[in-house]
Write a protein that binds this ligand. Structure first.
Ligand SMILES: Nc1nc2c(c(=O)[nH]1)N[C@H]1C(S)=C(S)[C@@H](COP(=O)(O)OP(=O)(O)OC[C@H]3O[C@@H](n4cnc5c(=O)[nH]c(N)nc54)[C@H](O)[C@@H]3O)O[C@H]1N2
Ligand SMILES: Nc1nc2c(c(=O)[nH]1)N[C@H]1C(S)=C(S)[C@@H](COP(=O)(O)OP(=O)(O)OC[C@H]3O[C@@H](n4cnc5c(=O)[nH]c(N)nc54)[C@H](O)[C@@H]3O)O[C@H]1N2
Ligand SMILES: [Mo]
Length: 758
């Protein structure tokens, strides 16, 4: 009795000591959610998020990743001090070093490589582990720019094809309406889009649920029956990976031949649809219509033609085309899954074409397709220092630049100059796992990086000993999003700004990138120019106050920096291309012709190394369904993003594993003929590598297709077979033809029972 009374007293006292601090996420997940850290005695005991009532006003609710992030970020496997490589590169053997020694080595290598190979040999890798306004990669670029420059990067791993294709046709990636627009649609098609898992923000699913509740039909086109299909009670149209452009062509065929198209819009706002509307000097036979009707190749792009390729029946294609063209307005919304493919550009262009043909551009309730970025408020930015070195490469081609950068030209996607002067000799990789885990063809990439005569110096900072961190020459311990103050920006949509609040003190000797880069800058003689005498907190206030001069609704910094999310109240209703579509004479599109470019002269006159057509149209990809390679590697393999992780983040948190365990999705028909049963350990392999993991036999994936979630930590056994379930063991380094993007979802593999089970 006495004991329990004492206990009760203790609980009350502890409760009283609990402090709740609001913050938000900084990782590369579109969901910038509201997180509440419950702190007792300086330790986070729990994370919570919005209550149901709060959610009803505006949804900023965290998913399991957010609610468990303290377990991941403050785990016992954190890197706690600077380390210097002692073994072979990639082996993962390091010795402990002081910060002073690490900074001395960095400064020495920095200067040595600059003097030996020139400023263009220095490259900051794509790294999105921490996306705050002050972030490692941005700061590293700032310091390199002060020191003469660096090889720049364009594109992302997220949306390379999407962005390049949207810009090519419409001149901007800002092709979205405000999300409320969906509630006025008569039909919504989610194409390669799984917002129930792949969060672009916290609100998308809310709007889609509202649309469904209003009775608006929702269709999902995806090789997998994704959680979005389930959550929205949507109609699922399974499609073979990387064949979207064929289905879109056939839909265009139905819409045109049945006279359901909006000729007026095509004539007024587009160029290249038919022979009467071609750019000057281009023959009418090059038009999209000529291709569609098969005038040159005697192959009209009928639903029957497409059905053979994409595996969707001709009846389904005809029905969807009619429904989309007659719904008025209708929203065909593209995710990023269908564009992370070889020829990923073409599906994006096909979607934009259909939006044009049906007059859904510039219309409330319609949707222009493409990136569909919407930004009604300005994002804060760290003041930039211009890069004195003009050239840049596409994000996915850095391995090529390590191997033979000096041979790379504009045909390989080099921008800002004709030919790179040098190979990449130094890589700075801060808060990124794209050196290995998230890049393509891990075995080949590891081979490239192991050779210290190629890339001579690799600098990493991370929280954990990741596959990429193991390849560092100098590895620095970073602070997690719970140990730093930073400003978090919206991802694709969102009228808000977040303040990630420091909740606990940094673990071990870990430091924020800004702090140690100031010391490197000091050593290089750019101390004052780099920091301008400001601490990172000073910069946050400076950046915020500057933004506040334009975004007047923002509260005082003192209020904002208490942490959490500030939501704007005055938000513009936004319709992309409203002005262009109603008055194109005075408001031309930002393209060379001033119109939406169905035919692109820019592409036509360019001598692209790989074939890339001037019009949107299906092109058979290497390692696609129709490739002869399928005789050897019969199954298509796609990756997908999941709630279990934000890319590679949280893989080391077992409490999230049940959400999407490491497994390969396989159709019962494909499993049966291989003698594979539910849960069997199987080997998935191709010429590039092999993985052993368990089989998930499910009707939720199309026959002939397999799928694995991306982001699992690469964990090779002694034979080099990955046991971690990392799909990038099987993906290729081949860039897409125009965007030079990452076609990481286009792969052919075979699956067999693993030896241990045979
Ligand atoms: N096969 C395949 N590969 C893919 C994809 C795919 O769909 N399929 N998706 C691609 C896409 S879209 C993307 S965006 C990339 C993402 O790839 P990355 O940019 O590498 O992103 P993450 O894996 O999220 O995080 C990188 C690292 O940041 C570290 N980190 C976390 N928080 C912090 C912090 O506060 N500070 C520091 N310094 N480090 C931190 C993590 O430990 C992790 O190692 O992957 C791409 N790779
Ligand atoms: N929870 C969570 N949210 C995230 C992320 C995360 O890792 N976890 N990552 C964030 C980032 S950086 C990004 S870039 C986005 C990624 O967002 P997306 O790229 O849109 O996500 P994916 O899961 O790769 O693809 C979406 C869907 O496309 C399908 N798909 C694949 N290939 C094809 C195809 O050929 N045709 C069609 N029609 N569909 C296909 C997949 O099965 C999947 O269901 O998500 C962001 N949000
Ligand atoms: Mo991404």
């Amino acid at each position: 009795m006495i004991y329990s009374r004492k206990r009760a007293y203790c609980v009350v006292k502890r409760m009283a000591e609990e402090k709740i601090i609001e913050t938000t996420g900084l990782n590369n997940c579109g969901g910038r959610c509201l997180l509440r850290a419950h702190v007792r005695h300086g330790k986070i005991v729990k994370m919570s998020t919005q209550s149901a009532e709060e959610r009803a006003l505006i949804n900023l609710a965290a998913c399991p990743k957010g609610l468990k992030c303290h377990e991941t970020f403050l785990g016992s496997d954190r890197i706690l001090y600077p380390m210097i490589r002692v073994g072979e590169r990639g082996e993962g053997r390091f010795r402990r070093a002081s910060w002073q020694e690490a900074i001395d080595i960095i400064a020495k290598e920095w200067v040595r490589i600059r003097d030996a190979y020139g400023v263009g040999s220095r490259y900051v890798n794509y790294a999105t582990g921490m996306c705050g306004v002050i972030n490692g990669p941005g700061l590293a670029r700032r310091l390199l720019a002060l020191d003469g420059g660096y090889l720049g990067r364009y594109n992302s791993y997220s949306s390379a094809c999407m962005t390049k294709a949207t810009e090519l046709m419409m001149g901007t990636p800002y092709s979205g309406n405000s999300l409320e627009s969906w509630l006025e649609s008569k039909l919504i098609i989610l194409w390669g889009h799984n917002p129930a898992d792949s969060r672009f923000d916290c609100a998308t699913m809310d709007y889609l649920q509202k649309a469904r509740d209003k009775g608006i039909p929702i269709v999902v086109v995806d090789p997998r029956r994704s959680p979005t299909v389930e959550k929205l009670g949507a109609e699922w149209i399974p499609i073979r990976p990387a064949t979207d452009a064929a289905m879109l062509d056939a839909m265009a065929y139905v819409i045109y031949t049945e006279g359901l198209h909006n000729q007026k819009f095509l004539d007024k706002c587009c160029i290249g649809f038919d022979s009467e509307h071609m750019p000057e000097g281009i023959d009418g036979s090059e038009s999209y219509l000529s291709y569609l009707l098969g005038e040159n190749d005697a192959c009209p792009k009928t639903p029957r033609w497409a059905a053979e390729i994409c595996g969707v029946s001709a009846e389904t294609i005809i029905s969807l085309a009619r429904r989309y063209a007659t719904a008025k307005p209708a929203a065909l919304i593209q995710g990023l899954g269908a564009q992370r493919h070889s020829y990923g550009e073409q599906g994006v262009r096909g979607g934009i074409l259909l939006a044009c043909m049906t007059g859904n551009v510039g219309v409330w309730g319609g949707w222009s397709c493409g990136n569909a970025f919407v930004r009604s408020h300005e994002n804060p930015t760290f003041p930039k220092v211009e890069n004195p070195f003009s050239m840049s490469i596409a994000a996915y081609t850095w391995t090529q630049a390590v191997v033979n950068g000096h041979e790379m030209t504009s045909l390989d996607g080099v921008e800002g100059g004709d030919k790179l002067p040098s190979d990449v000799k130094m890589i700075i990789n801060l808060g990124g796992n794209c050196l290995i885990n998230q890049h393509g063809d891990i075995n080949r990439t590891a081979e490239i990086l192991k050779d210290t005569s190629k890339c001579e110096f690799i600098l990493c900072s991370d929280l954990f000993m990741t596959a990429s961190a193991k390849f560092a020459d100098v590895l620095l311990p970073a602070v997690s999003p719970l140990e730093q103050d930073n400003i978090a920006m919206p991802w694709q949509y969102g009228d808000f700004l977040g303040y990630a609040k420091k909740i606990v003190e940094p673990m071990g000797e870990s430091r924020f990138e800004y702090d140690w880069l100031c010391e490197v800058a000091e050593k290089l003689g750019y101390g004052e120019a780099f920091s301008q005498g400001k601490s990172s907190e000073d910069w946050l206030r400076y950046i915020y106050d500057d933004l506040r001069t334009r975004e007047r609704e923002l509260p005082e910094y003192e209020e904002f920096s208490k942490g959490g999310i500030f939501c704007y109240k005055n938000n513009k209703r936004f319709i992309a291309f409203e002005k262009e579509c109603s008055d194109i004479e005075n408001h031309p599109f930002n393209t060379p012709s001033g119109k939406i470019e169905i035919f692109s002269n820019k592409v036509y006159i360019n001598n692209y190394k790989d074939f890339f057509p001037a019009i949107p149209r299906y092109v058979e990809p290497i390692e696609g369904y129709s490739d002869a390679l399928r005789e050897k590697w019969p199954l298509q393999l796609i990756g997908f993003h999941t709630m279990r992780r934000g890319h590679s983040i949280h893989d080391n948190n077992p409490s999230l594993e049940a959400i999407e365990p490491r497994r390969i999705w396989i159709n019962p028909k494909d499993a049966e003929c291989r003698g594979i049963s539910q849960g069997d350990m199987v080997k998935v392999f191709n010429d590039r590598g092999e993985i052993i993991l368990s089989a998930y036999v499910t009707e939720d994936i199309m026959e002939g297709v397999t799928a694995m979630s991306q982001g699992a930590w690469y964990a090779p056994d002694k034979n080099g077979c990955d046991r971690g379930g990392n799909i990038n063991v099987l993906t290729s380094l081949r860039p897409t033809p125009y965007a030079r993007g990452n076609g990481q979802h286009t792969n052919l593999v075979e699956v067999i029972l693993a030896a241990e089970k045979q």
